[in-house]
Design a protein around this ligand. Structure first.
Ligand code: HEM
Length: 491
């Protein structure tokens, strides 16, 4: 195996892996099912899918495509090839009850209530994502629906959004923290070189076929070099001589998350005794940032900080959404130098705080967020949301994240860090934004939120309502362009 990571092949990657396309304010996400595989493949062959190459500058519009396992099967991908994808992708987001429980998809969130992706509406086969200038994409989508489309595909759901700001529907600045993908493969992945939190991430954490944070390659379908149809695929970088169907592709997690903006601000208004300043500070504690994105701990800039100097959460509560979703730990708890001290800390001795070693190193659990708001995209102000005539329309996040390993990245973050009541020394809280407030095995409801204080006992918010409900979801594979031409080939 060569030591040097080959150059990233942006020309073979879909654009979304490299760019969020934030300058393209309109997005149209279309979930489709396949009626006729041959016609669907024909349609896909001429779909103008954009690459991550930046040779011609920022694009004016972008088309991307991703498939569920059911979709790949329907298109005719052989079972032996499909078996090379990860188990969770093959099982699907709503594939079994245990997975649903782990993801918090129970009660109001359960797949039985979903608009799409659950047992009622069924799993979509593919997702087409269009991005462009406001007002442009509905007509573009019409143009793309040719005769092959009419015969081969059926629309399950369309979500059109014009983002009027960079705020999510509760009104907080979003899209601030993203891992910095080290496409040239220069950052070290060795344990002892990563004591402190770093935002750099090995390419193999987001793209298949590249080296990940373990210095290894995530499992993916590799095809026999003798397979004539597979000649269009890139060779495996590990030099096994096999053709790599995963290379330059990624898994894409899509969850439609409805946000009850009125419930959120009304709850906080009551908890703050109608004091707007106090209300804003409680809301900021829940998110872990002020509404304008300012972090609650000392920071060099909006995304250059860690929680090392705030172990008890007196600046940013341990259970705040951004601290759960990315605790920003290095491979060792803070203040660890010397091999012997490291060993003691790894074994759980010598801790400064009881929960210190319970949070896993964050670099193995990063996700690349690519979500968009849906519904009325101008966020309600807190005053509007509290008012009697607050709009009650369906709004929320088309939460999308990319990663090379759904279970180690999205599922871990969602389950162990966000939904779990046991996190960082907390026992009955769960994510203040995402929590489904389910009853715990001991009968307690996971509806608390602790806000530690510098000068007294922690303040505790109780009986948090459920603010976010899952309306749909599925796991997709977003192939590289060569892999797409293999999947859509004329057989
Ligand atoms: C409707 C649901 C959600 C809302 C309203 C929401 C809101 C936010 C906000 C306001 C931020 C801070 C802005 C930023 O750092 O970019 C943030 C960050 C983040 N969220 Fe969410 N989020 C939601 C769902 C999720 C889900 C489902 C996950 C993953 C399981 C997630 C993972 C993250 C991560 C990883 C960060 C960045 C943390 C960091 O690196 O500091 N979020 N979210």
């Amino acid at each position: 195996v060569s030591d040097k990571q080959a150059e990233a092949e942006f020309g073979d990657m879909q654009a979304l892996l490299r760019f969020a396309n934030g300058h393209l304010k309109e997005s149209l996400f279309v979930l489709l099912t396949i009626a006729d595989a041959e016609q669907a493949r024909r349609w896909l062959r001429q779909l103008p899918v954009d690459s991550a190459s930046d040779a011609t500058g920022p694009p004016l519009q972008v088309v991307q495509v991703a498939f569920t396992a059911a979709g790949l099967r329907k298109l005719g991908l052989e079972d032996t090839i499909l078996a090379g994808f990860s188990d969770e992708f093959l099982a699907g987001m709503a594939g079994d009850k245990n997975r649903s429980r782990r993801l918090g998809d129970t009660g109001a969130n359960s797949p039985g209530n979903w608009y799409w992706g659950g047992p009622e509406a069924g799993e979509p086969h593919l997702l087409v994502m269009l991005y462009g200038e406001p007002g442009s994409q509905a007509s573009r989508w019409q143009v793309l629906q040719d005769a092959a489309f009419e015969q081969g595909l059926a629309i399950q759901q369309e979500l059109l959004t014009v983002a009027q700001s960079d705020k999510e529907p509760f009104g907080f600045a979003d899209g601030i923290s993203q891992p910095q993908v080290d496409w040239s493969g220069e950052a070290p992945t060795g344990l002892h070189q990563r004591d402190t939190y770093s935002n750099a991430l090995a390419p193999g954490e987001v793209a298949l076929g590249y080296r990940n944070e373990y210095g290894l390659y995530t499992a993916r379908p590799l095809l026999d070099a003798g397979n004539q149809a597979a000649q269009c695929l890139p060779l495996d970088e590990q030099q096994s001589g096999l053709r790599d169907l995963g290379r330059n592709g990624s898994y894409l997690v899509y969850r439609q998350l409805a946000q009850d903006v009125s419930a959120f601000w009304r709850y906080l208004d009551a908890a703050a005794d109608k004091d707007p300043e106090r209300r804003a500070s409680l809301a900021a504690a829940m998110v872990g940032r002020q509404m304008d994105g300012t972090p609650l701990v000392e920071a060099n800039d909006r995304n250059d900080f860690s929680f090392d100097e705030d172990p008890a959460g007196q600046g940013c509560p341990v259970g705040a959404h951004i601290r759960r979703a990315n605790p920003r730990t290095g491979d060792f708890p803070p203040g660890v130098t010397g091999l012997f001290t490291r060993l003691l800390r790894i074994l759980g001795f010598n801790r400064r705080y009881p929960h210190e070693d319970l949070i896993a190193s964050s670099r193995f659990h990063r996700i690349l967020r690519r979500g968009r708001v849906y519904g009325e995209s101008q966020p309600l102000t807190p005053e509007q949301a509290i008012g009697d005539d607050a709009a009650s329309d369906d709004r929320g996040l088309s939460f999308i994240c990319l990663g090379a390993n759904i279970s180690r990245q999205f599922e871990f973050v969602q389950n162990a860090w966000c939904m779990s009541s046991k996190f960082g020394g907390l026992e009955v809280d769960s994510d203040p934004l995402l929590g489904n407030r389910a009853t715990l095995p001991d009968g307690r409801a996971s509806d608390l939120f602790h806000i530690p204080s510098r000068n007294g006992p922690a303040h505790c918010l109780r009986q948090l309502p459920q603010f976010v409900r899952v309306r749909g979801g599925a796991y997709f594979f977003m192939p590289g362009l060569k892999a797409l031409s293999f999947i859509a080939r004329d057989t």
